[in-house]
Ligand binder design. Structure first.
Ligand SMILES: Cc1cc2nc3c(=O)[nH]c(=O)nc-3n(C[C@H](O)[C@H](O)[C@H](O)COP(=O)(O)OP(=O)(O)OC[C@H]3O[C@@H](n4cnc5c(N)ncnc54)[C@H](O)[C@@H]3O)c2cc1C
Length: 351
């Protein structure tokens, strides 16, 4: 257990905010974590408590007055292998993409479409990460957690995690109660590639396959990484936290207003990108709305909107203050609200 005071978080948030935590606790085993809470040492630490991963979905709005916890529980362990299915347990502190690479290297199907998503496995279980038609919930079977209320380890089944779009019990009713320790996945030896989403099929077809021309998990992974690299800024180069806003889900009547606006601007055949969200609701990509308001590639002081993906706000110079990101966020929200009557909500957690 590593406890440090007045701890810099600069390297622990991908936005690159130069902030610190009053206290920081890093642990390497579940026993260390349970022993720590059982001893009552937590009562001596500054509150509130926050558990982070790699800080790739967070915006620290200033110095954190409490205690930040971080897991260094790192392992990938084969539990069983039967009937073409392999059960694997992964420690919460394991880099998510390291697990995706491990699967691809072992020719196991499951997380290949989720390759390249920054962050750790514990956070992936909280966020129900998703990309290119696949979500975390599609491959996980159970999540092991430390329960801060009972001070014990609990297994939570996939169903009980109540996964939804970037959502789970860990972000709702059980927020702050559970610390994810590991997750168990079922992977397929003879799985089928999922290529229907976006440009995945074209990207895979542009690659040659293995010596027999087969599509492998590694091939799909490479195609996905190629797509991601061409569209998203690398946080190690340009600070960002991925998609800053959620895609709004609006009543059909509101979508029709947006569609009328677009037809009057671009001609009668123009189609606003959208997805049916069921029950008379439509999901509109926030990126499209933001681009329509002229923000794509916008730069102001140390911050800006990424030129290839307007959903991503960036720390352009590496010296941005949290307040600069927040001012830009508010300007974008107001402009989209003024033009379309739709209020964007942040996907990134403001701490
Ligand atoms: C360039 C870029 C691209 C991205 N692309 C995608 C994408 O395609 N799809 C997608 O879904 N997301 C994407 N993201 C968002 C982000 O990568 C995910 O949300 C990721 O799961 C966050 O992981 P993290 O380790 O950085 O967690 P953090 O941002 O540190 O934390 C996220 C949440 O998890 C909680 N948490 C972290 N660890 C634990 C734990 N062990 N126990 C309990 N709670 C915990 C935190 O309290 C917080 O609520 C992207 C981000 C970036 C910067």
């Amino acid at each position: 257990m590593n406890i440090s005071w007045n701890h810099s978080l600069l390297k622990e948030n991908t936005f690159g905010m130069d902030v610190s935590a009053a206290c920081h606790v890093d642990y390497s085993t579940p026993e260390e974590l349970t022993g720590f809470f059982a001893s009552g040492r937590q009562f001596d630490l500054p509150k509130p408590f926050l558990h982070i991963g790699k800080g790739s979905n967070l915006l620290f709005t200033g110095d954190f007055p409490g205690t930040v916890f971080h897991s260094s529980i790192k392992y990938i362990s084969r539990l069983s292998d039967a009937d073409g299915r392999v059960r694997v347990e992964v420690g919460a502190g394991t880099d998510w993409d390291e697990f995706c690479l491990w699967c691809a290297s072992n020719e196991l199907w499951g997380p290949e479409n989720l390759s390249g998503i920054p962050g750790e496995t514990g956070a992936a279980a909280v966020q129900n990460i998703g990309a290119y038609g696949v979500e975390f919930k599609d491959i996980v079977t159970e999540v092991h957690c430390f329960d801060a209320v009972t001070c014990s380890i609990r297994t939570i089944s996939k169903d009980d995690c109540r996964y939804g779009y970037r959502d789970s019990i860990f972000k709702q009713s059980a927020k702050g109660r559970y610390i994810v320790i590991s997750a168990v996945f079922v992977l397929e030896k003879d799985g089928l590639p999922r290529l229907e989403y976006g440009h995945v099929r074209a990207a895979v077809e542009n690659m040659s396959g293995d010596a027999h021309g087969r599509i492998t998990p590694g091939l799909v992974r490479s195609a996905i990484l190629g797509i991601r690299n061409s569209r998203l800024p690398d946080p190690s180069v340009t600070g960002n936290a991925g998609s800053f806003f959620k895609n709004p889900v609006v009543p059909r009547s509101m979508y029709e207003k947006v569609a009328n606006y677009a037809r009057s601007k671009y001609g009668p055949d123009y189609q606003v990108p959208h997805f049916d969200a069921g029950s008379g609701f439509i999901k509109i990509p926030a990126a499209w709305l933001i681009e329509q308001c002229g923000w794509k590639g916008y730069a102001e002081g140390n911050v800006g909107v990424y030129s290839k993906q307007p959903l991503v706000l960036i720390n352009a110079t590496g010296k941005a203050l949290p307040s600069e990101i927040i001012v830009l966020e508010k300007k974008i929200i107001v402009s989209v609200l003024d033009r379309f009557g739709i209020e964007l909500k942040p996907e990134v957690d403001h701490i």
